[in-house]
Design a protein around this ligand. Structure first.
Ligand code: 7TS
Length: 405
């Protein structure tokens, strides 16, 4: 495909450096992406031109900051095609979004003996908050398993759903396998059975077009730092009728309507769930990241990353003793693998000496590691600023490293 990756790379200052005298190859994008200068400039501009505390502003700077902060809410709404801005709650990241949803949904809708279905491929942050809530409410977690290609066994879902099932928690895209889950289909099954669905979109939002109305999901969460934006910012989308029935997650300023020692009333959506001074500059700069992604074109991004994935997969499959985990067809640009006779940690450390940044370990997905009977993997994950030449360098370095074992 015709994609001007060199032009894109000009926007990312951090990519142009040598690590141990070799050009940096950044393949740890599933952990966090790098930022274009447009996002860095937006942060800088906020602090140099219009920083002030937002809402209830009586002065110019606070007014400007509020406008920019709320401007990002509209951009985020548009980005995932939510119906209204009240459905977009700013958090500090996917993890906080899930904790908020699990706590408040649990308080409103989960009783002793109820069940929550969680998939086997989830990141710990889409398991543990549900476990905490289940422990508090006396509810039970039920696992939806995967097969050895890393495909969710959707056909088991109807059997797992009982009249006590309240919610299904599932990733849109797995951070280890790259599997793209058929969220729309899962949401339909959930809805037909009167069950709610929570989707962890941390690995999907940077790479796929997201349409929460089309998928018809009840909740959707994602992090700005995985989509070229600042860290410490995330979003929880929720359907209005649910958010309205859910109690606040944290108490403090902004989330109240009126505070009396005889009792407090809460603010309207989305402020009910945004206690305290938020990450003002981060949210504003997140707006620049959304603009950047939209201007590049999410379909273009997806297509380029898919080319990189195919190119890298073909090259890695040539290496004897190398096994890739996550081989189903619908996949995003994540490759987890192990090499016979070499420990993933040693592979990662040695690749680093070639200037290549990958991640090693369990990737916060212990149940998934247990499924494959492994302790961890090496993971290379791509972004649209990566190139075929970088993959060549990576594969070449990997072969050299393997030869040392
Ligand atoms: N869900 C998924 C699917 C993730 O991949 C991650 C982070 C999270 C939730 C948590 O997001 P956070 O922004 O709140 O931290 N995943 C990874 C990873 O794969 N390597 O480092 C972080």
């Amino acid at each position: 495909m015709n994609f001007e990756v060199d032009k894109i790379r000009q926007d990312f200052p951090i990519l142009h450096q040598q690590i141990y005298n070799r050009p940096l190859v950044y393949f740890d994008n599933a952990a966090t992406t790098q930022r274009p200068k447009q996002v860095i400039d937006a942060l800088n501009k906020t602090y140099t031109e219009y920083y002030g505390n937002i809402h209830r502003a009586a002065h110019f700077l606070a007014d400007k900051a509020t406008e920019a902060y709320e401007g990002t809410r509209e951009k985020a709404r548009n980005f995932i095609n939510a119906e209204t801005r009240e459905q977009i709650i700013f958090t500090k990241g996917t993890t906080e979004s899930i904790n908020l949803a699990a706590f408040s949904f649990g308080e409103a809708f989960v009783q002793e003996g109820d069940e929550i279905i969680v998939s086997e491929m989830e990141h710990h942050s889409n398991i543990v908050p549900w476990q905490l809530m289940a422990a508090r409410k006396g509810a039970k977690i039920v696992m939806l398993p995967i097969d050895n290609d890393g495909r969710l066994l959707i056909e088991m879902l109807e059997q797992l759903i009982t009249k006590r099932t309240r919610l299904i928690a599932v990733a849109h895209v797995s951070n280890v396998l790259g599997t793209i889950n058929p969220v729309k289909q899962i949401a339909r099954i959930a809805r037909n059975n009167g069950v709610r669905i929570f989707v962890d979109g941390a690995q999907a939002a940077p790479h796929l077009r997201i349409d929460v109305q089309d998928m018809d999901v009840d909740f959707y969460a994602f992090s700005a730092h995985k989509m070229y934006g600042p860290n410490g910012v995330g979003v929880l989308y929720g359907k209005t009728e649910l958010l309205e029935q859910m109690p606040p997650y944290q108490g403090g300023g902004e989330m109240i309507s009126e505070v009396k020692f005889s009792g407090t009333t809460y603010n309207e959506l989305p402020y009910k769930f945004e206690a305290g001074t938020p990450n003002i500059s981060g949210v504003i700069a997140f707006g620049a990241a959304i603009d950047y992604l939209r201007n590049t074109g999410i379909e273009t991004v997806a297509a380029w990353e898919h080319e990189l994935l195919s190119y890298a997969t073909a090259a890695l499959n040539q290496i004897p003793g190398l096994r890739i985990y996550g081989t189903q067809a619908e996949k995003s640009g994540v490759i987890s693998f192990n090499v016979e006779g070499a420990h993933f940690f040693d592979l990662g450390t040695m690749l680093d000496k070639f200037g290549i940044a990958v991640r090693t370990g369990h990737h916060c997905a212990d149940p998934l590691m247990d499924h494959f009977g492994i302790q961890g993997t090496v993971r290379a994950s791509f972004a649209f600023y990566n190139t075929r030449e970088e993959i060549d360098r990576f594969v070449d370095a990997l072969k050299k490293v393997i030869a040392m074992f």
